[in-house]
Design a protein around this ligand. Structure first.
Ligand code: ADP
Ligand code: ASP
Ligand code: MG
Length: 443
């Protein structure tokens, strides 16, 4: 069994949805097909939620009408039979009926907003399943809300997911294609929740890990993981093979093609992840696995924005053990992950990407350390590859490439796959471009 995930742009137009059917039925392999919402839908649903939160009902209803019109048009271009179209219309009427009922609520809360944003995946998967049936496919819809769940810390409940999914699959042994929703899940209160923006990739990997799939394929609008951010840098190219560790670093540090947590479940069960292009299905894409032969030393670069650097000074650090523990206890207490860390004899600098509890963290740290002003609007630039510890020359090549750019922090040596630099976000694009030109060769 394989798990294939299609992102928003891959299902965003009727002709794309038709080509997905062709792709998933092109061979005999049984597949779980994970779908995102049609491109633009999640943003549109969030915008409706925002209007409702502000009490702007008329605006929300206008937004609902616009989105509904989009789906009505989509259906007429997708289905080729009366029966198919009737089925499609029934789905859209039902889901938009629910969306309107949310908009009619006297008090619209976070809980309702999560239900609202889930509608994108609920719509796309039901429409696709109906289309597959119209075309005579062996298909069934597996509702993600029946097996995908997160705990109180928003972490997926792996054991439960595995148990529930295995049980559901045991009832569907005769079906060839099993469609399910990416992104959405239930929280410990049983409410509808989600795996954060871009979370459909994570769904695919959680499912692939849970059933120890033969392979997880992430289908998107680009030919695999590029060596640098193609939205920013002009000359990028696809990287054909990556280790789990390398891909995990790239995803975590900003390569938008993968949700930051995607690699973890796949790596845990040793399931290869293949990134493929829906627009060019024959292109090789990128394969991510536990061991690869050869490959370039420096593989790819990614950048993560909205980073805050926090500087903590201790006058008593000399010979003082326990200081770092005290510092990290504070971050743990406020459930704030630390990305980068550098130390000197008397100081520690750390970066965080979630400043929600920054004031409380600073206050607690101030009880035993001197705090300097934080630097906001920073970017971590992460250079990924195979940096063997006893091989000289990597650091100098990186620093040479960015010699004209001020660097706030450097992290080197923690892993053989990652070297990170912290720069002010104002310099990010320039740094990515400079590293691209300095570290890669172009024919
Ligand atoms: P989907 O809707 O299929 O999930 P996303 O927009 O989330 O697609 O991810 C694909 C996009 O990620 C690409 O179109 C590309 O602009 C962007 N991207 C950012 N960094 C990279 C990278 N290193 N390699 C490939 N794509 C990247
Ligand atoms: N539809 C969700 C989003 O736009 C999840 C996803 O596309 O992966 O974030
Ligand atoms: Mg995505």
């Amino acid at each position: 069994m394989q798990v294939w995930k299609f992102g928003g742009t891959s299902v965003g137009k009727p002709e794309r949805m038709k080509s997905i059917r062709d792709l998933v039925t092109a061979n005999e392999t049984r597949k779980i097909v994970v779908l995102s919402a049609l491109s633009g839908s999640t943003n549109a649903l969030l915008a409706m939620g925002e209007s409702l939160m502000k009490g702007e009902k008329a605006e929300a209803n206008k937004q609902i009408d616009e989105l509904k019109a989009h789906y009505d048009q989509f259906l007429t271009e997708l289905f080729s039979t009366e029966n198919g179209l009737t089925e499609g219309k029934a789905i859209v009427e039902k889901e938009f009926g629910f969306i309107r009922s949310l908009a009619d609520l006297k008090i619209y809360t976070q809980k309702h907003d999560k239900q609202m944003v889930a509608e994108g995946e609920l719509l796309s998967t039901q429409i696709f399943t109906a289309y597959m049936k119209e075309q005579g496919g062996s298909v069934v819809l597996l509702p993600a809300l029946e097996f995908m769940s997160i705990d109180a810390d928003n972490e997926p409940e792996l054991a439960k997911i595995e148990e529930k999914l295995t049980g559901l699959l045991a009832t569907q042994t005769d079906k060839q294609i099993l469609v399910t929703q990416g992104f959405i899940c239930r929280n410990p209160r049983g409410e509808v929740d989600n795996l954060k923006r871009g979370g459909s990739d994570y769904t695919a990997s959680l499912i692939g890990g849970a059933i120890t799939a033969e392979e997880i394929q992430i289908w998107t609008d680009i030919d695999g993981m590029h060596n640098n951010d193609p939205r920013i840098v002009s000359r990028t190219f696809p990287v054909r093979e990556l280790l789990f560790e390398e891909a995990a670093e790239l995803a975590y540090f900003g390569a938008k093609i993968l949700h930051p947590s995607t690699i973890t479940p796949a790596k845990m069960r040793g399931v290869p992840v293949r990134l493929k292009n829906t627009m060019a299905p024959d292109a090789p894409g990128t394969v991510i696995k536990s061991s690869i032969s050869g490959g370039a030393e420096i593989k790819a670069i990614a950048a993560k924005d909205n980073i805050t650097a926090i500087y903590v000074h201790s006058t008593r650090m000399l010979n003082a053990y326990g200081f770092l523990r005290k510092v990290f206890d504070v971050f743990e207490k406020f459930k704030t992950p630390v990305d980068m860390i550098t130390t000197s004899e008397v100081s520690v600098a750390v970066t965080i990407d979630n400043p929600e509890n920054l004031d409380k963290i600073t206050e607690e740290l101030s009880q035993f350390a001197d705090m300097e002003e934080h630097d906001r609007n920073q970017s971590i630039i992460c250079i990924v590859g195979n940096f063997l510890a006893d091989k000289p020359g990597i650091a100098i090549r990186i620093l040479e490439a960015v010699k004209g750019i001020p660097i706030r922090m450097i992290s080197y040596g923690a892993s053989e796959h990652n070297i990170s630099l912290l720069v002010d976000s104002a310099h990010k694009n320039e740094a990515l471009e400079a590293l691209n030109e300095g570290l890669f060769e172009f024919n």
